[in-house]
Design a protein around this ligand. Structure first.
Ligand SMILES: [Zn+2]
Length: 478
């Protein structure tokens, strides 16, 4: 039997406000433990929370950028549970009345647009962090750091519309790029400012009813999200094929072993005894505020993509990749400003340059090849100074050393051979060394032409102008 996975994602994104969501404490990362706390965020008696206006504005921005409806009335609620990193014994979140609802994000699946629904976006506070002793003296202790307690989060809940681990990865990347374009979240999975839980189930292909789902936690990189989903889908299919049933539960992704392990039975919403927080008034967001925020939105990834298609006549696929981060889009546009052949620039960025960056796990902002250098190299190809083949080596060298392409080409002696006489000599030598092939070619075996092109390129170490080689070979072999 064929099975189909059904995936929905819950993303927690940390909003980049300077202060926490209900108090004035700093949100700066990496400070000494418990130096950024106050009576409010540590839950002392008599302290009262006050909502951070900037955090609400950021959440509205995200709601608008994902085509959600911004609720004129939303409500903070208490989600009650005990954990040592949660000093109040409850987390302030939104439950019945979230801030934004019914939006969507578009991704490309096999080069076709697909909409993933956003069911809701709500605001909440982050919990603290537990640290377990690492020295022999402290090994039997756990420590708690409340610096993160009360840092503002938005939770973005997608519909169960995702059908493969790859789609999940594409959705997450798109969501992250929207957050980064809006400059409201750094989107750093390793530092935990962008975290993802997944609801996964499988069902026989063609069946409408969803299977029993599990919730996957603890995936702290894009690669791990895809790996964990692949593992969990296979596991559930194996369970069903054994004639057993999938148990609804929360499972942890074990990064080192590459497996998911059962953590706890699935809790239901009613277990948390949500109720409206009596210390906070309802949030009323009026239309003029929403409109003001809407006007402040920057050009978003999809808008930029459409502009790239229109302005630079790029295929949609190219535009999607080039606008996937703001850094990449800027890099492309800057390169084109120096070398106005958009498709050629796009090919080199998406091909050789991204391959180098991917290998080093670098973002384009850390690329040693500047847009200006890339443009200079492309000009050298266009002018015939270097061949396209040599250019690949030049790019590698530019990436490694950060040097000017002109200097590299000079230093390595990679300038293309344009001299007709020089190429003719090489051709003659190749013909003398391979008389049998010359004869066969003249008898009509046209395929041998390619063999001679290869010989000439080999002799000139790829530096001969290919167009000239072709022309001269045709003449000589006649
Ligand atoms: Zn505080």
């Amino acid at each position: 039997m064929e099975y189909e996975p059904v995936i929905g994602l819950e993303v927690h994104a940390q909003l980049e406000t300077r202060s926490k969501i209900f108090c004035g404490c700093s949100t700066a990362f990496g400070e000494e433990p418990n130096t950024q706390t106050c009576p409010v965020c540590t839950g002392q008696p008599g302290s009262l929370p006050v909502v951070n206006r900037k955090a609400v504005e950021f959440a509205i921005k995200l709601g608008l950028a994902t085509s959600c409806r911004i609720a004129p009335y939303s409500l903070f609620a208490r989600k009650n549970y005990f954990y040592p990193d949660l000093p109040k014994g409850y987390q302030i979140s939104m439950y019945e009345y979230p801030l934004a609802e019914e939006g969507f994000i578009e991704i490309l699946v096999e080069r076709e647009k697909k909409r993933i629904q956003i069911i809701r976006i709500h605001m909440e506070e982050d919990a603290g962090k537990l640290k377990h002793g690492e020295t022999p003296e402290s090994a039997s202790f756990s420590f708690v750091d409340f610096n993160r307690t009360g840092v503002p989060l938005v939770e973005i809940v997608s519909g169960p519309d995702i059908r493969s681990p790859q789609e999940a990865g594409d959705y997450l990347k798109k969501l992250r790029s929207i957050l980064q374009y809006l400059e409201i979240c750094t989107g750093d999975m390793e530092k935990g400012t962008f975290r993802c839980d997944a609801n996964v189930s499988v069902r026989p292909t063609g069946q409408k009813k969803f299977g029993t789902r599990t919730e996957l936690k603890n995936m702290n990189s894009f690669r791990h999200v895809e790996k964990a989903l692949e593992y969990e889908i296979k596991r559930q299919i194996a369970v069903l094929e054994d004639g057993e049933e999938v148990v609804q539960e929360t499972r942890l992704w074990d990064v080192d072993q590459g497996i998911s392990v059962s953590m706890r039975g699935k809790e239901e919403a009613h277990d948390y005894r949500y109720f409206p927080d009596p210390d906070l008034v309802p949030l009323r967001i009026d239309q003029p505020w929403v409109e003001k925020v809407r006007k402040s939105l920057p050009e978003l990834p999809d808008q930029k993509k459409e502009r790239f298609v229109r302005q630079y006549q790029l295929p949609e696929y190219d535009a999607e990749i080039l606008t996937s981060t703001k850094g990449m889009a800027n890099y492309f546009e800057e390169s084109v400003s120096f070398f106005p052949e958009p498709k050629m620039v796009s090919n080199w960025i998406m091909g050789d340059l991204l391959r180098e960056l991917k290998r080093d796990e670098r973002e384009i902002d850390q690329c040693p090849v500047t847009p200006k250098h890339l443009a200079e190299m492309l000009s050298m190809i266009q002018e015939g100074t270097i061949s396209g083949k040599i250019a690949k080596d030049v790019l590698e060298e530019m990436y490694r050393t950060g040097e000017y392409p002109v200097d590299i080409v000079k230093e390595k002696g990679w300038i293309q051979i344009q001299d007709q006489g020089e190429i003719e000599q090489v051709i003659e030598r190749a013909m003398e060394a391979n008389p049998k092939q010359v004869e066969d070619y003249r008898k009509g075996k046209e395929k041998i032409f390619g063999f001679f092109v290869g010989e000439v390129m080999k002799q000139t170490k790829g530096k001969a102008n290919p167009k000239l080689v072709n022309e001269l070979l045709k003449k000589k072999l006649k």
